[in-house]
Write a protein that binds this ligand. Sequence first.
Ligand code: CTP
Ligand code: MG
Length: 228
Amino acid sequence: MNIAIILASGKSKRMGCYECPKQFLEVRNLPLFLYSTMTFENNSLVDQIVIVTNVEHVEKVKALCSKHNISKLSKVVSGGETRKDSVKNGLDALEAKDDDIILIHDSARPLVSDKIITKNIEACREFGAVETAIAPIDTVVFKKEDIIDSIPNRSELLLGQTPQTFKYAIIRKAHEQNLAGVEVTDDCKLVAMLGYPIHFVEGHRSNFKVTYKEDIAIMEAYLNALEK
Ligand code: CTP
Ligand code: MG
């Protein structure tokens, strides 16, 4: 079985709207989290969707999914203090077998494509742990305090996106071993800390993470471009 966990429980601090977390911002009359949810719904390989959201929004998410015919929705669960806690709550809600494939996706990446989802599932069948990634456009540097320490070769770097996709047994173990451990913004890091090799599949610039207010305008521009 292929199960998507869609994360929609953040507080959007960088966007500066505490009252209205970005996952519920309406773009073309559709709440942001429903964009990626619908793409997972329409992917022929995805069997189930679990959404993790802020405790006060659980009923709202259920109602919106019902209104928009998200037939694969199995559960809506409340999130935790950090992204890692929210993923853990999503995993705890699953009735999954060791070999089931779990796709973890940020609802803040509304424009994930059907192709990226399929590539994640296919690669995960073979490799067990998969990152979606793209080549950086900018030079990435290491810093020490306010001094640039070293500048790695750009051709050896990738930028991580989501979905990040794992066999259930692997992601389960990674979270269990890190219950009170380091804070991470990313599940691949937890899995890498276990020593598992992580395969990557090509993401896309349009699968960017809506983070700041102006990113909504970028999303609208992509939607316009995709229609052409
Ligand atoms: N997320 C979550 N639970 C948390 C924190 C984040 O489910 N406790 C989700 C967000 O809803 C988002 C994804 O993880 O879809 C990526 O997080 P990010 O873009 O950082 O969103 P926020 O944490 O909401 O934003 P910020 O860091 O600016 O507060
Ligand atoms: Mg965050």
